[in-house]
Write a protein that binds this ligand. Structure first.
Ligand code: AMP
Length: 210
């Protein structure tokens, strides 16, 4: 079960990827999480990506590909994976296709820009386990505390108002090409993102189990 979740920042793909990984017992590979972890640890990768990620730009394809292909090799003995935040550009999609020949299911969560902005500004993440919340749609039981691990919730730097616009511009610039690529391969399913979390999850599972 090799899944790719596509969608704008804030479309809910991180939340859904987390749930899919729990349900199907497959690892959740989020390139955004990998970069945020590197930045937190201030390791070698952080030096290369910190400014880009925090400014809402795209990390160069060769860095992203190196990381994703390495992760996929590590996961090659498990039942599959769910990729979240990758591919984001046509060269990333093409390279994945060339280097990883297993069948993929590509699920695109579609959402209007207006709604995306509303969602991004309320998003909160657990510092400890990375679980996502939303002030309006998916609040934690206790304010600023993760339900799962008790960790502190924070707002990502790139979810701040000033960066959101840039991230959306960057996203819009590339997503069309990525979608056409998978459309031609006939493994793309589109799921309406303007629904409750459980409803979207139900629809995703239905497509996956088909
Ligand atoms: P995300 O959590 O998926 O919104 O990713 C956060 C940030 O990490 C993005 O705004 C980019 O700066 C970087 N990033 C994540 N995935 C990719 C990717 N596939 N290609 C380029 N940059 C990425």
């Amino acid at each position: 079960m090799n899944l790719i979740l596509l969608g704008a920042p804030g479309s809910g793909k991180g939340t859904q990827a987390f749930k899919l990984s729990e349900k199907y017992k497959i690892p959740h590979i989020s390139t955004g999480d990998i970069f945020r972890e590197a930045i937190k640890k201030e390791d070698a990768l952080s030096l290369r990506v910190k400014g880009i990620v925090e400014g809402g730009g795209l990390v160069p394809d060769e860095i992203v590909l190196e990381i994703v292909l390495r992760e996929l090799r590590q996961e090659s003995n498990v039942a599959g994976f769910v990729l979240d935040g990758f591919p984001r550009t046509l060269p990333q999609a093409e390279s994945l296709d060339k280097n990883y020949r297993e069948p993929l299911k590509v699920l695109y969560i579609k959402l209007e820009e207006k709604e995306v902005v509303r969602r991004l500004s309320g998003r909160r993440i657990c510092k400890q386990c990375g679980k996502g919340y939303h002030l309006l749609f998916n609040p934690s039981r206790e304010e600023r505390v993760c339900d799962s691990c008790g960790g502190e919730l924070y707002q990502r730097k790139d979810d701040e108002e000033a960066t959101i616009k840039n991230r959306l511009l960057v996203y819009e610039k590339h997503i069309g090409q990525v979608l056409s690529f998978y459309e031609k391969k006939e493994n793309l399913s589109i799921i309406e993102g303007n629904k409750a979390i459980e409803e979207i999850f139900f629809r995703l599972c239905k497509v996956i189990d088909e």
